[in-house]
Design a binder for this molecule. Structure first.
Ligand SMILES: Cc1ncc(C[n+]2csc(CCOP(=O)(O)OP(=O)(O)O)c2C)c(N)n1
Ligand code: SF4
Ligand SMILES: [Mg+2]
Length: 278
């Protein structure tokens, strides 16, 4: 199955986005070959940033969104046709600054969406400003004397917001990244994947992250308290599924078995009828 396109690739040589894209392609290919999903039933969206160029490089149904709004647009697509498998790509700035409210509410309502955050701890496309995950002291274009804020912890945010699948992976561990993508897409409910993705041009973290990253072997993802504790392990970089649980999805709660795309004439009354039957 060919997932590539003819678009010229303008990511810098060595950019972590390349590994992320390769892992995603392999995961999707495996899921299609396993018969889990048809290629035409996958839809992806992205915000704005270097990460978002992945829209141009993947031969999948896609929606190039606004900065911070990739999750809202893909949520609308999912509600229009709940049979689709939808995945959203966002940058750390895109997801955790401009778009942060959508993560909190997407996780809270457990809509069946996979959110992949390309976390390079910098606004790359706009050439190196600090983001919510930048380290204290980071010197960038907008903080030449050093960022004075503590960085945000996206795993803890996703857990606290109620996400039913929370994972971290690293482009330096590509096979593991591939497995995490597969598990996240298969999860029914809100799946949050923080992908550590070095930006070799504005903040090259490969060397540091190669030393910090390790795959959790002794962790039980069904244990929320253990997941919370692991999420606070900030001196190292634990990778894997922190937490996974089953819960009713938003679209099922809202629509039952109704697929609006197959019933274009569907009236609000019919949706109300689903509610009144409860
Ligand atoms: C509402 C809005 N604010 C600001 C911008 C300018 N802008 C475009 S990309 C970007 C930074 C993206 O950084 P990030 O989300 O971390 O993605 P990366 O480039 O690092 O992949 C900014 C601030 C915009 N396009 N729209
Ligand atoms: S600026 Fe950074 S994130 Fe953007 S393409 Fe280059 S290396 Fe990748
Ligand atoms: Mg970024």
């Amino acid at each position: 199955m060919e997932l590539g396109t003819y678009a010229e690739n303008t990511w810098c040589p060595g950019c972590g986005d390349m590994g992320l894209q390769n892992a995603f392609k392999r995961s999707v290919t495996a899921l299609v070959e396993e018969g889990y999903v048809k290629k035409e039933n996958i839809v992806i969206s992205a915000g704005i940033g270097c990460h978002a160029k992945i829209m141009d490089y993947l031969n999948l149904n896609s929606f190039y969104s606004l900065h911070g709004r990739a999750l809202t647009t893909i949520s609308g697509i999912k509600l229009g046709n709940p049979d689709l498998k939808v995945v959203s790509f966002q940058g750390d700035g895109d997801a955790l600054a401009e778009g942060i409210a959508h993560i909190v509410h997407g996780a809270k309502r457990n809509i069946d969406v996979t959110l992949i955050v390309h976390d390079n701890r910098v606004y790359s496309l706009t050439t190196g400003q600090f983001t919510p995950t930048s380290a204290k002291g980071f010197k960038g274009k907008s903080t030449p004397m050093g960022n004075v804020e503590e960085p945000m912890n996206p795993i803890a945010l996703a857990l606290a917001s109620g996400a039913t699948f929370v994972a971290r992976a690293y482009v330096g561990k590509i096979k593991h990244l591939q497995e995490i993508f597969k598990a996240a897409i298969k999860h029914e409910g809100f799946s949050f994947v923080q992908v550590m993705q070095p930006c070799v041009t504005f903040l090259n973290t490969f060397k540091e992250w190669n030393e910090l990253a390790y795959i959790m072997e002794d962790h039980d993802p069904s244990d929320f308290d253990a997941a919370w504790k692991r999420s606070r392990e900030e001196d190292k970089m634990p990778l894997g599924i922190f937490y996974q649980t089953k819960a009713p999805t938003y679209e099922k709660e809202l629509l039952g078995d109704l697929n609006p795309s197959e019933n274009p004439e569907v009236k609000m009354g019919e949706i109300k009828a689903i509610f009144s039957e409860r």
